[in-house]
Design a binder for this molecule. Structure first.
Ligand code: ATP
Length: 354
């Protein structure tokens, strides 16, 4: 018997709570029907708790996650009642920066022809994995404002790129490609304009690619990448890019997957706890109405199961998601008529059926 895999569950705000409720059902079903050794630790962190008692991301929760958990399932953060997003910043950055989860892994896979928005393309044309650097770039919030509110105002945000940070995400992309039998690694940068920072990316990419001679490599400027992603997504396989560009291009990618309700992500490093979250936000416009698509969360749990060593669960859950779309057992954003919890129940019934 292996050690129990403890998973911290943080639903967060808005539809995060609704999709994580379905995620909990899925994890429970994997434990009960597939014998997975999982224990869930529930934390009610989010806007409600922050507004009630000022709690954001307590040290004891951070320590329990660090010392005991192998994974975190996070719903979404963001609530109109907290416009400054204080709670969200502490929780998300506490996990991402606090645990140095440098690798944001985002599959951009279209699972069903009915979800493909591009004319003349089918689902098989969109099957790539984006590696987004997750701890540097403009997200370090270095910079400042000078003469604020005057006509001479100056505002600066620095884009931080370290040799260590660039190298480890590029290595992660190449190692993933090799391990998963992928053929090609594309780096997306803007080295023609960001001459210092992205020259570093270029140099490291060239160095690391020499260690993986069996893989085809190329680079595209981010503008050309966006153009080509829509023109012909089939040319991309594994993609590695910076924090800011990764944020932008994966939302574009989500539109090829059937929308934000279908996009999964993992925030990981090879040797520690991983944080798993659907790409979408808290979507206040549809919160509390049973409209939220929980399938991104099901796919995200698939990624978590791979991280926990249950590799066969990710293709199993991915196939169930494909079947749900095919059978119309899905929410309106992907062509169905079901509510959030009906979709979760359908997935669970299929897990129970083997
Ligand atoms: P954030 O600022 O928190 O990142 P965002 O601006 O990216 O959020 P989201 O909350 O992610 O916005 O969603 C944008 C819109 O997409 C929502 O308003 C909603 O209509 C739709 N949407 C997002 N996620 C889902 C989902 N899981 N199911 C159905 N619709 C969704």
């Amino acid at each position: 018997m292996t050690d129990t895999n403890k998973i911290a569950v943080i639903p967060g705000d808005g539809i995060g709570k609704e999709v994580v409720a379905e995620g909990v059902k899925v994890l429970t079903a994997l434990r009960e029907h597939r014998g997975r050794n999982l224990e869930l630790l529930h934390y009610d962190l989010g806007a409600d708790r922050f507004l009630a008692d000022g709690t954001t991301f307590p040290d004891e929760v951070r320590d329990t996650i660090r010392n005991e958990c192998k994974a975190v399932l996070l719903g979404a953060m963001g609530d109109p009642r907290v416009p400054g997003m204080e709670h969200a910043r502490d929780i998300i950055f506490g996990l991402r920066f606090g645990f140095d989860l440098y690798c944001n892994l985002r599959p951009v896979v279209c699972l069903h022809d009915s979800l493909m928005p591009l004319k003349g393309r089918t689902a098989k044309d969109c099957d790539m994995v984006v590696f987004r650097e997750n701890t540097e770039g403009v997200y370090v919030a270095m910079g400042g404002q000078f003469k604020r509110g005057t006509p001479d105002e100056v505002a600066i945000n620095e884009d931080l790129n370290t040799r260590k940070g660039v190298e480890r995400i590029i290595r992660a992309a190449f190692e993933y490609a090799t391990r998963h039998g992928r053929k090609k690694v594309t780096m997306v940068d803007k080295s023609n304009a960001m001459r210092h920072a992205h020259e570093l990316w270029q140099r490291v990419f060239a160095e690391v690619s020499k260690e993986h001679a069996g893989l085809e490599t190329n680079h595209q400027y981010v503008d050309a990448f966006c153009f080509n992603l829509i023109r012909d997504p089939s040319q991309f396989d594994v993609v590695v890019t910076s924090n800011l560009f990764g944020d932008i291009v994966t939302d574009l990618g989500a539109s090829l997957q059937g929308g934000l309700g279908m996009a999964a992500s993992a925030n990981i490093r090879p040797d520690g706890v991983g944080m798993f979250e659907p790409v979408h936000g808290s979507a206040p416009d549809i919160a509390g109405q049973g409209k939220a698509n929980p399938l991104a969360t099901v796919l995200t749990i698939g990624m978590m199961m791979t991280h926990l060593g249950y590799d066969e669960d990710e293709p199993f859950l991915t196939d169930l998601v494909r079947q749900a779309i095919d059978a119309g057992e899905c929410t309106a954003d992907v062509g169905g008529k079901r509510t959030t919890s009906q979709v979760g129940d359908w997935i669970v019934s299929r897990i129970a059926g083997g």
